[in-house]
Design a protein around this ligand. Structure first.
Ligand code: 3HC
Length: 696
């Protein structure tokens, strides 16, 4: 065995030079990995005792891509282009041996090898789109040459990982290897290639599939149209499509040039910076500093849910999905039956879309039981209360759970608004009480705010975070404050949206600005969708707010065909002259003169107070780090990931500008715009949110 550098070795096995890369955790293509492969290839080509080469990796995976931490830094070592050139132009056949994942630049390295073999559990993908990039090492030109332009478009714009079996079928792989002998099978394949004098196959020369698509621009027109909604606002997918068009219409070297140009443009842009930031932010959120090293992670093998409403049913499904039995408790049989039925119907709807088998539905339903008796929760490892938001009711339930549940059980509340510490005070074991704030629909939404009470134990926190991972959530640990992190910041935007329409901006103008910013919909369209009558009662309504007036007129949102907007039979929203008039009347009553409000003001009034509130949250220690706030907003509130999150956006705009605007609004509109102390301090010291990071 020859050591090439600190990450690469070359071993002659039966005349085949096996290059092994070892750069944990994911063998990313850092300078040392590039140097290692290049050096090993030079040695293998020069060695007359070596007839062919196998490229493989140690550890849990093949190369998982370029090293994202190197982006934006000055280039070092051999370039990826040079590595690819020596592999592709090698006079000796090269076989890529893949296990784990071959992603991004990793797959692009495999695509310049002459043959590819993988174990059945391997996955292959070009996920650069998820970090606002396109495959920049030939992927956009080589992939369509193997799998065809349509499949390549799908794979690169979704970033999906393809299973080895499917990759074999599409021609991405030449062979599957036994799970436990990849290296042996790869060497055998390399030997066969030499002994049978098979050609040095270069994907760059395989033009059949791209030529077949030439003269068919409709392939791209259709793809753009079908995905218009999904790609809205994102730059990378559009550039990927243009590159695949180039693969079809231009010689490969011209296609590669275009790919490079777009890759560099995207790399320098704000979107990729935001998405790369988010990649690390979403991983860092799991890291809770300061927890006792010996905090035990408790086994959670049974879950009780109190309340079989939409929320309770959705919460239960998360656990059933991963094989954990759930017992739901309700107060009335009818409500319980309805809840159990909702769960079955949800599963059946998923099955109709082909994403669940009939057998899987039955397996999950078999784990579900229900009753009207809290006593049945006595043995549960975790109990989650999901009843309506009323402190007295919740305290009563927690007092009873305290008497019923076994020692060591975790007692969780799904409250989105109430003081968790007060709820915990109804028990004799506040250390066992935690908030698990799921978002509706709880079986779909990724975000979980894990709310740490004043006395919650480290072990209960560690267990909750691990459990969140198990059920596929993105968890963020937050502290107890009104609205926690997500809703507290939402409150700022909502207040300003409501204020703006009284000053002359119509609801559709506010919605359009926020939609164009990248939110899936604006706050008024959202209210119409959710129903304006949430929490409204006819008896108590006194025409004192705009919402009350609209509800009294039976304009309760989409479901009644009218709300802030009018709706036609297809539920298309149209600005409503009636609402415009009512708003004007209200504004007049409040003594407000309608004025022209610019789009810029709408955006700044809605977004800057959110950033400011985020700063207050950090100041109070209610979130561990600024990036956690961004993870909450991207996952729970539709903040466009290509803008990173409110705190990242604040840094991008520049905190001095945010502060100056907050001061200006404070002077013209009042103390609700008072800048956070932290914001003032950061600006005074020339720092930004990304400079604060206790987790690192
Ligand atoms: N560069 C640098 N670090 C990376 C990395 C990369 N490409 N991929 C993963 N890591 C790091 C993570 O930050 C994490 O670090 P930490 O332990 O310090 O938090 C560690 O590796 C493990 O990652 P995960 O926690 O994500 O581990 P999983 O086992 O859940 O997932 C994975 C492994 C599927 C490889 C996942 O990490 C992943 O999807 N990585 C990104 C892959 C990617 O986007 N590749 C394309 C990069 S861009 C590119 O290749 C450009 C090219 O076209 C020129």
């Amino acid at each position: 065995m020859k050591t090439i550098n600190n990450v690469a070795t070359l071993t002659n096995v039966n005349g085949v030079g096996v290059i092994a890369i070892n750069f944990p955790p994911v063998n990313a293509l850092s300078a040392s990995v590039r140097d290692g492969i290049h050096g090993a290839m030079q040695a293998a080509i020069a060695d007359p005792a070596i007839d062919a080469v196998v490229l493989r990796c140690e550890g849990s995976t093949f190369i998982a891509g370029a090293d994202i931490t190197e982006f934006g830094k000055p280039p070092a070592g051999v370039s990826l282009g040079e590595v690819q050139r020596i592999l592709e132009e090698s006079p000796k056949p090269v076989v890529a041996a893949i296990h784990g994942t071959a992603l991004g630049g990793g797959l692009e390295v495999a695509l310049v090898c002459h043959y590819r073999i993988a174990v059945p559990t391997a996955r292959l993908g070009l996920p650069e789109v998820n970090i606002g990039l396109l495959p920049g090492a030939g992927g956009t030109q080589r992939l369509p040459r193997i799998v065809g332009p349509e499949a390549a478009l799908e794979m690169m714009t979704s970033g999906a990982h393809v299973r080895a079996k499917d990759a074999l079928q599409s021609g991405l792989l030449d062979e599957l290897a036994p799970e436990d002998d990849l290296s042996g099978a790869a060497v055998a394949l390399a030997r066969r290639v030499v002994d049978e004098k098979r050609p040095l196959r270069k994907i760059r020369d395989q033009n059949e599939k791209v030529e077949a698509a030439r003269g068919h621009p409709e392939i791209f027109a259709k793809f753009r149209q079908a995905n218009a909604k999904k790609f809205r606002g994102f730059e990378a997918p559009k550039k990927i499509i243009e590159c695949v068009e180039a693969a079809v219409n231009l010689p490969i070297d011209e296609g590669l040039q275009l790919e490079r140009k777009y890759f560099m443009e995207l790399m320098k842009g704000d979107q990729s910076a935001a998405q790369r930031y988010y990649f690390f932010a979403s991983r860092q959120a799991w890291n809770v500093p300061g927890l006792a090293k010996d905090a035990a992670v408790l086994p959670v093998q049974s879950v009780g849910v109190i309340g079989a409403g939409t929320m309770g049913a959705g919460i239960a499904m998360n656990f059933l999905n991963v094989g954990i039995p759930v017992h739901i408790v309700e107060t009335r049989q009818e409500a319980l039956d309805r809840g159990l039925k909702t769960i079955r119907t949800n599963y059946e709807n998923t099955a109709k879309k082909g994403r669940l088998t009939a057998q899987a539905i039955e397996e999950r339903m078999a784990l579900l039981t229900g009753s009207l008796d809290l006593q049945n929760l006595s043995d549960m490892d975790l109990v989650i209360e999901a009843v309506f938001e009323n402190m007295d009711v919740k305290k009563d339930i927690f007092g009873r759970l305290d008497r019923i549940c076994k020692a060591g059980a975790i007692l969780a509340s799904n409250t989105s608004a109430l003081d968790l510490n007060e709820i915990a005070s109804a028990t004799s074991r506040p250390e066992a009480v935690i908030g698990l704030h799921f978002f509706s629909p709880a079986n779909v939404m990724k975000l979980l705010e894990v709310v740490r009470g004043a006395k919650t134990s480290d072990s209960v926190i560690a267990t909750s975070m691990q459990l969140a991972k198990k059920i596929g959530k993105v968890a963020v640990l937050v502290g107890v404050c009104p609205g926690f992190v997500g809703n507290r910041i939402l409150g700022q935007r909502q207040r300003e949206a409501n204020a703006l329409i009284m000053e002359g901006a119509m609801p559709w103008a506010v919605d359009r600005v926020l939609y164009d910013f990248g939110f899936p919909m604006g706050p008024f369209a959202m209210s119409d969708l959710a129903g304006l009558d949430l929490g409204w009662s006819k008896e108590k309504s006194s025409s004192s707010t705009l919402r009350e007036v609209l509800c009294e007129m039976d304009r309760r949102g989409q479901k009644t065909g009218a709300g802030f907007y009018d709706y036609d039979e297809k539920r298309t929203a149209v600005p409503s002259p009636v609402v415009e008039e009512i708003i004007q009347r209200f504004a007049q009553k409040q003594g407000k003169q309608a004025r022209k409000v610019s789009d810029e003001e709408i955006l700044e009034r809605c977004i800057y107070p959110m950033i400011n509130e985020g700063a207050k949250i950090l100041e109070e220690g209610m979130a561990i780090r600024a990036s956690d706030i961004d993870v909450v907003w991207v996952n729970g509130y539709g903040w466009p990931v290509y803008r990173g999150g409110p705190m990242f956006y604040g840094d991008l705009v520049g905190l001095p500008k945010v502060l100056a605007k907050m001061k200006e609004f404070e002077a013209s509109h009042g103390p609700q715009f008072k800048p956070a102390k932290l914001l003032e301090e950061l600006v005074a010291s020339g720092r930004q949110f990304s400079d604060l990071n206790p987790g690192k």
